[in-house]
Design a protein around this ligand. Structure first.
Ligand code: BTN
Length: 244
């Protein structure tokens, strides 16, 4: 099993997420592996309704995947993508000098600053038990980091080309996606934990306007954040904004 990537490159898009949703609407049988990339976006979207500023010089792409399995497992795909991004960036960066880490749920950091974000949009199957398709958005700062971010070019030990970075990410994503489909979440979870940012550190998880404070204890078996309290108890948080 392998994924064949089919890349459509646009000069400009409102959001590559919308451009790919549109392609799927026009052709509901569109095969997994379709990628829409844009050089710049006018209305790039991030998680939690944030916007994703998208100047030229970075990677903006959305990827169509059709994972088999239950709808509850859809969120695991974010970890599959994060692990692939980590591997792709590792091939550019000297990790004795720069630390690449994964922040729950789906951010990639270099030296504690965000280099890449992942946005998952899922269309459930008609019976709402499985997944019809997922549109996976990936934004990577390559030459243009926002304030409080970092770009791959700042830390790479070699020349960086946006489309080569894209191809490396897709190679690694093909591998991690197939590993997940064949062996389940356990190996991905372990790979993610090996690179986790902020383990055993104080954390605030903001959920529906409420702050939950505790210590970051890792990932549950289904990818929830495990928050430890002073009394030794632990609770699982499935979706939140986290601050270390
Ligand atoms: C995040 O909030 O960290 C996720 C950011 C995801 C941004 C990417 S850029 C390509 C794709 N198109 C979008 O509009 N968003 C995603």
């Amino acid at each position: 099993m392998s994924v064949e990537w089919n890349i459509q490159l646009l000069g400009r898009a409102d959001s590559t997420q919308d451009a790919l949703h549109e392609l799927i609407a026009q052709n509901p049988d569109l095969e997994e592996g379709q990628v829409v990339q844009a050089l710049t976006q006018d209305g790039g979207r991030g998680r939690h309704g944030n916007s994703w500023t998208s100047p030229m010089g970075n990677l903006y792409m959305s990827v169509l995947l059709r994972p088999k399995g239950e709808l509850q497992k859809a969120g695991e795909l974010g970890f599959v993508v994060a692990v692939a991004l980590h591997q792709a960036f590792s091939s550019y960066v000297d990790e004795d000098e720069h630390k690449i880490q994964l922040k729950w749920p789906n951010d990639v950091l270099v030296n504690g600053l965000k280099i890449s974000g992942i946005l998952l949009e899922c269309e459930p199957s008609l019976d709402h038990k499985g997944i019809m398709h997922m549109v996976v958005g990936v934004g990577v700062n390559i030459f243009n980091a926002p304030e409080l971010g970092i770009s791959l070019n700042d830390v790479a030990g070699e020349a960086v080309y946006v489309n080569k970075v894209r191809d490396k990410i897709l190679d690694k994503l093909g591998e991690s996606y197939i590993l997940w489909q064949e062996k389940g979440f356990a190996p991905i979870r372990q790979m993610w934990l090996n690179e986790a940012y902020g383990m055993d550190e104080p954390i605030t998880a903001r959920l529906k306007g409420e702050n939950h404070q505790g210590v970051f204890k890792g990932l549950s078996e289904d990818g929830a954040l495990v928050l430890g309290s002073e009394d030794g108890s632990e609770k699982e948080i499935h979706a939140a904004e986290v601050h270390f």
